[in-house]
Design a protein around this ligand. Sequence first.
Ligand code: HEM
Length: 340
Amino acid sequence: MRIWSLDRLISPVVAAFILALGLLVAPAWAQNTTANAPAAQAVSEQQLLDELGKIQGRITIPDQKAATLQQPQGRDYQSFQRSTLPWVGAVAIIGMLLAIALFFFIRGRVRTQAGESRQKILRFNALERLMHWTTATAFIVLAITGLNLIFGRRLVLPLIGPEAFSTWSSWSKYAHHFVSWAFMLGVLVMLVVWVWYNLPDRYDANWIKSAGGLLDKSNRTHPPAGRFNTGQKLVFWSVVLGGISLSVSGIYMLFPFAFTDINGMQTAQYVHAIIGVLMVAVIIAHIYIGTLGMEGAYEAMGSGTVDLNWAKEHHSAWVEEQQEKVGGRTPPHTAAEPAE
Ligand code: HEM
């Protein structure tokens, strides 16, 4: 008589084997399924966020901010930084470049209709030029290094590779932090030195009505303007108000949490980034009109003097004021150019 049949012996052995295998494989399988389905984890995080508002822990270091691991505003900011901001930036900058290209093809270069007079008039003194170029150089450095934060990973990283990109990005961060002080100083000095000439005056309404004569292809419309025309006043106020917003939000970021909490920090970042890209677009237009777009304009900031005919066409009221100051004679600092 066989007490242990093969069938009877096999079943407990097989059962024990399957159990042991199950114990070994189940945890690994469970881990694998979560790793392969990150959504499962995300859903639970989302539930925590929905229910608690924040994902927080308990910490023993004095900095209690570190106890918050995630909060909904952080995710909003992340999506703004990764998708909204690059879109706003691209639309503003590419849109402006396209608008300038269109303007150039339709209108061409704005030329001095009366030609050169060979007489020069001082438009910006040395202090004004120093102030302009300090602010301008600082802004260009800030613009390039700031745009690297928005577009660098997409546009620069694939071109130069991760190592060079990481070196460039850390240097560009230092440059952004240190050069910002020169920009802030420049904007303040600009405000003090030029504010008087940028207040609204009696020429503005007419200048706006005729769009500064810029759309007149025959180049005959030259609405009178004081030292700065309405278009330039808009550039001035964009630089001053935009510059002040960038400076205040920038100082919040240079000294994180010194003046505000996490929500304030995020607001500062939104303001800084949006104003920054809009200002880049405005300055691209300014650089165009100060160089390629208008004959004779660059000299004003280059040597400081402009041709008298240029000044009469673009800033007739200012030239008259200068002449009145000296009793109708040649304005001060005016010099005839030596004949060739
Ligand atoms: C390569 C870059 C730049 C060039 C070639 C340039 C050129 C000029 C020129 C020629 C003028 C005098 C226009 C006139 O005679 O009426 C001027 C004025 C001015 N610039 Fe610039 N500029 C540059 C960059 C900047 C930057 C980056 C800023 C500020 C962030 C700036 C702010 C101003 C302001 C506020 C004025 C006075 C208002 C006006 O004329 O529009 N410039 N610039």
